[in-house]
Design a protein around this ligand. Structure first.
Ligand code: AMP
Length: 278
């Protein structure tokens, strides 16, 4: 990969999509954007062991390389980078990227202590290896997006970040690697989570700005569903994840629930006027 990347300068702009594989339409929307905007499109498939709370969760992560390679070949991706764990983490590996501050220590980081360090270390390494002009990420993982922005700024990584909207099923559930493992009830809970955010959106569109009221609405909607428990509801700035008292343009509503063993997160962002990232 390093040798290939040395040749980039002559080939045109490079768009890069880091993934953990088991690809679906959500991933492919990032690929299509890179194909549109760059001359060379690189996709990595690497199930990042640092990112998981336990070894068992890492081992249970779904994988289907044959299907992934077929999708990427159909999309005419130029390079698929599939490093082995021992390539990325050789035995003497000892340097981690560990962001601090609210962004890296709250919300998802509370549920998985490895979350920020796992993302930051591997994204930094992949950007070093691939050296893209543009890296593509999905808004679906909003906290990941904020962490990646932070490390790119803090470590002066020379890359542009393009963030793309969430691709959802018709019922509103975000496409995710884990959807196929959800029970019918868990899927319904995921849909209810998105609907509660849409109810909050409607309230904001009616002029409500107080986050205490908006949060209460989300909470009431979710509390009416017996098979889920609320992990968190946050109304915050999307760059810092610091909570706000009043909704202003560029405010994110992010909420997470758990339904038996599954933790589901969803978010929407108000950009101002009638513009939303859903
Ligand atoms: P993952 O393989 O889950 O690490 O995801 C790789 C990239 O695809 C990340 O930037 C995700 O945010 C993005 N992604 C995953 N699911 C979706 C989706 N439903 N819509 C848009 N982007 C997505």
């Amino acid at each position: 990969m390093t040798e290939t990347a040395r040749g980039w300068l002559t080939g045109g702009s490079v768009g890069f999509i880091p993934t953990m594989g088991y690809l679906h339409e959500g991933h492919m929307s990032l690929v299509q954007a890179a194909k549109r905007e760059c001359e060379i499109c690189v996709v990595s498939i690497f199930v990042n062991p640092l990112r998981f709370a336990t070894d068992a969760l890492f081992a249970a992560y779904p994988r289907d390389l044959t299907h992934d390679l077929q999708l990427l070949s159909d999309a005419n991706v130029d390079i698929v980078f599939i490093p082995r764990v021992e390539d990325i983490f050789p035995p003497q590996f000892a340097t981690y990227v560990v962001p601090s501050g609210t962004l890296a220590t709250r919300l998802e980081a509370n549920y998985n202590p490895n979350y920020s360090r796992g993302i930051s270390t591997v994204v930094t390494k992949l950007l070093q290896l691939v050296r893209p002009d543009v890296a593509y990420f999905g808004q679906k993982d909003l906290q990941q997006v904020a962490i990646v922005h932070q490390i790119v700024r803090d470590l002066n990584i020379d890359v542009n970040l393009h963030i793309l909207p969430v691709v959802r099923e018709a019922n509103g559930l975000p496409l995710s690697n884990r959807n196929s493992a959800l029970t019918v009830t868990q899927r319904q809970c995921g849909v209810a989570l998105y609907r509660s955010l849409l109810a909050a959106k409607a309230l904001i569109e009616h002029g409500e700005r107080r986050t205490s009221i908006i949060k209460q609405l989300i909470q009431d909607q979710l509390a009416s569903i017996p098979s889920l428990a609320i992990d968190y509801i946050n109304i915050c700035h999307p760059d810092t994840f610091i909570e706000v008292d009043e909704v202003v343009p560029r405010t994110t509503l992010i909420a997470a629930i758990n339904t038996r063993t599954t933790h589901l997160v969803d978010s929407i962002t108000w950009l101002g006027n009638d513009h939303w990232q859903l």
